[in-house]
Write a protein that binds this ligand. Structure first.
Ligand code: FE2
Length: 260
């Protein structure tokens, strides 16, 4: 299948919208809040309405290709990896790479950010909560990379009683953990350092639906081979399936990988 490619006009319009939006924010204040909370920021109104509507439409269109997983005691739900998004919803890939978005994230985190390597299925992925009990237990978004890994969650569809429960400062030496709990509506964002925020999504109720988009940015795209193996196995079992993860690895050219 040939991937639909976004035109330069589409790309420029999207980036202009993000640039306008981020210019309107009090970034200095938000950065202060991010630092005070141990590398965590929640913003209820972030993405412009037009882009939010596009995301919602893309998520609904991709429902038919969701990969379901069940790990007893840890997670139950569905996901669509970046590889499928590349083929079927390139708008999301453009949003992920928006220079205006990345510049703003850099000004909040204080780090130079890189997109995740091409073979990382988590770089951008949609997570679907569609059946009663869908959830994910307490965890960190651990970085298997040599540097930091930031997670940006974007609300897409929120017609559920699910909550993102979290604990701030669990990795801040000498600090007390600070619990919190939110629901993030379409267009909202949650930004955090994956190694610092302990979090979970509580179980979905009957006749509910929830879809969340995750972007992952790193400060160093290198990964040691053993961690690459662990990361791939985790992705295959817990998220996207062996076909999605290892088909890509088998087909990749050595020069496209950036591992240590
Ligand atoms: Fe997570």
């Amino acid at each position: 299948m040939t991937a639909p490619v976004a035109t330069n006009d589409v790309r420029a319009t999207l980036d202009d919208a993000l640039a306008t939006r981020t210019r309107a924010l009090d970034t200095a204040r938000l950065k202060g809040s991010f630092v005070d909370d141990g590398a965590f920021l929640y913003l209820e109104d972030f993405l412009p309405p037009e882009q939010t509507a596009q995301l919602v439409q893309a998520a609904r269109d991709l429902t038919r290709v969701v990969n379901r997983n069940y790990l007893p005691g840890h997670k139950q739900g569905g996901s669509v990896s970046r590889h499928t998004i590349d083929e079927q919803a390139p708008f999301i890939a453009e949003l992920y790479r928006s220079p205006a978005l990345i510049r703003w994230l850099e000004s909040i985190t204080g780090d130079a950010l890189l997109p995740s390597p091409d073979d990382d299925p988590h770089a951008y992925a949609l997570y679907y909560y569609t059946r009663p009990g869908d959830h994910i237990g307490w965890h960190y978004d651990t970085s298997y990379y040599d540097g930091r890994r930031y997670t940006l969650l974007l609300g897409v569809i929120e017609e559920s009683s699910c909550r993102l429960d979290y604990e701030l400062h669990t990795r801040t030496p000498g600090a007390q953990a600070v619990p919190g709990s939110i629901q993030y509506p379409p267009g909202a964002i949650v930004l955090f350092d994956g190694d610092k925020l302990r979090h979970r999504i509580t179980p979905l109720g009957a006749d509910e639906i929830r879809v969340s988009l995750t972007f992952e940015y790193v400060t160093n795209a290198s990964m040691r081979p053993w961690w690459r193996f662990i990361s791939n196995m985790k992705d295959a079992i817990a998220y996207f399936g062996f076909r999605q993860v290892f088909r890509r690895l088998a087909g990749r050219r050595p020069a496209t990988r950036n591992t240590a």
